[in-house]
Design a protein around this ligand. Structure first.
Ligand SMILES: Nc1ncnc2c1ncn2[C@@H]1O[C@H](COP(=O)(O)OP(=O)(O)O)[C@@H](O)[C@H]1O
Ligand SMILES: [Mg+2]
Length: 238
């Protein structure tokens, strides 16, 4: 890795009350990369994304585009272009697809670009255009995931934080979602992806970090990790 990281994390610990859920995590994401965070259930993957987007208390250093995020509340982090697509999609179920997309553009950064962003999202995810008037809770699981990703794109991200986009989806649908992620990345958005689904994540990402009990226990290029016998033990059989 040469040049300046887009996201640079050093000695990150994160807490629920007094309980420490992440310990001393270091990681870097370079501009244009797709990087995966993998690990078993309860390893701390979602906690890491919550710390990055300012949703829980943390210590250490997080730099994004060279700026220290320590002093910034969550709504300012979003204005920096670091956008979190949460686990379980968290759409507004009784709002239409289009209204959910509109919510994504509610930042200063994105507001003025609403129409152009929506056109971009609809051309990338044509199914959302077809379903624009449909209530979010009536979408299939794959469509809901697309809608959550579309809402994230509406915020004009420099970097998307994606929490388990494959969760609960059939393999053929996972493939479609991941093809879209490749396109989104090719169009210029850096991606930090959290997955329990190891194979799927390492196929997409060029590099990955393996979390276990809130610590990074292994990291490297995806192809090297896939060939590394330590991966299975770090992952406890998954
Ligand atoms: N809201 C919460 N309050 C207290 N503990 C939590 C909360 N969310 C997660 N945890 C704990 O933090 C640890 C990491 O959880 P999480 O980041 O959700 O793991 P993962 O996303 O890898 O499955 C787990 O031990 C979990 O029980
Ligand atoms: Mg999680």
């Amino acid at each position: 890795m040469n040049g300046e990281a887009l996201l640079s994390v050093r000695g990150l610990s994160a807490f629920y009350g007094d309980v420490r859920a992440l310990s001393d995590v270091d990681l870097d994401v370079m501009p244009g990369e797709i990087v995966a965070i993998v690990g078993a259930n309860a390893a701390g993957k979602s906690t890491l994304l919550r710390a990055l987007s300012g949703m829980i208390r943390w210590t250490g250093r997080i730099g994004f585009r060279g700026r220290d995020l320590a002093a910034l509340p969550a709504h300012d982090i979003v204005e920096q272009g670091l956008i979190h697509v949460p686990e379980g999609r968290e759409l507004f179920p009784f709002m239409t697809v289009e209204e959910n997309l509109e919510v994504g553009a509610y930042t200063q950064r994105a507001r003025g670009r609403y129409q152009a962003s929506k056109e971009k999202v609809f051309s990338l995810l044509p199914r959302l255009r077809e379903r624009r008037q449909q209530l979010a809770h009536t979408l299939s699981g794959g469509e809901q995931q697309m809608c959550a990703i579309g809402r994230g794109l509406m915020a004009c991200p420099d970097m998307l934080l994606l929490d388990e986009p494959s969760l609960g989806l059939a393999p053929v649908i996972i493939r479609t979602v991941y093809e879209k992620l490749t396109e989104i990345n090719a169009a210029g958005t850096t991606v930090l992806l959290v997955e329990q689904n190891l194979k799927v994540a390492l196929r997409l990402a060029s590099r990955a970090y393996v979390l276990q009990n809130g610590r990074v226990v292994l990291s490297g290029r995806s192809e090297d990790l896939l060939a590394d016998p330590r991966l299975t033990s770090a992952y406890m059989g998954r």
